[in-house]
Design a protein around this ligand. Structure first.
Ligand code: ADP
Ligand code: MG
Length: 148
């Protein structure tokens, strides 16, 4: 796919299966967006930039696109973990995402702990990779500055 991929949508309730309790909340994009805008994008984990309505900063993110084999999801979902501690939830707010690169395929796990370990690794990869100077300019594109 040609990166960056820009996608936006209002944050919807996910499956409520513990992202937050694990310290890794994931903001879910609407399924209509997943079906329409991310249909041709391969399943897997990605990193990039994201911002959410009410927060004027573009921040690093990791996104999982897929069926989450561990949770046996029936519907393909796009879940974005913004690498920042927010004081409260932002359901219903507009989430804007620039997907910059693929990290790895989706995997199945024997335990929740294995899943969490892998996501923590993805977060490290994202933080390091986003230091590339070329990625910086994507933070400043109009997509992020308009209407938030
Ligand atoms: P759900 O199953 O509803 O997606 P989660 O446990 O994954 O529940 O929590 C996701 C919600 O947490 C998001 O929709 C958002 O409102 C909130 N949230 C708070 N901080 C973050 C963050 N850093 N990244 C993503 N979502 C966050
Ligand atoms: Mg979630």
């Amino acid at each position: 796919e040609p990166f960056p991929i820009f996608v936006e949508g209002q944050v919807v309730k996910g499956f409520g299966r513990g992202g937050k309790q694990l310290g890794i909340p994931t903001a879910n994009l609407p399924s209509s967006i997943v079906d329409q805008n991310l249909d041709a994008v391969s399943i897997g984990v990605y990193y990039g930039w994201a911002t959410v309505e009410g927060d004027d900063t573009v921040r690093p993110m990791v996104m999982s696109l897929g069926w989450n084999p561990y949770f046996k999801n029936e519907k393909k979902s796009a879940e974005v973990h913004i690498i920042h501690d927010y004081p409260c939830d932002f359901y219903g707010k507009l989430l804007k995402v620039a997907i910059l690169s693929y990290v790895r395929p989706e995997r199945d796990y024997q335990s929740l702990d294995d899943l969490v370990q892998d996501i923590k690794w993805d977060i490290k990869v994202a933080i390091e990779s986003l230091k590339r100077p070329a990625y910086d300019q994507v933070k400043h594109v109009e997509f992020f500055s308009s209407s938030i």
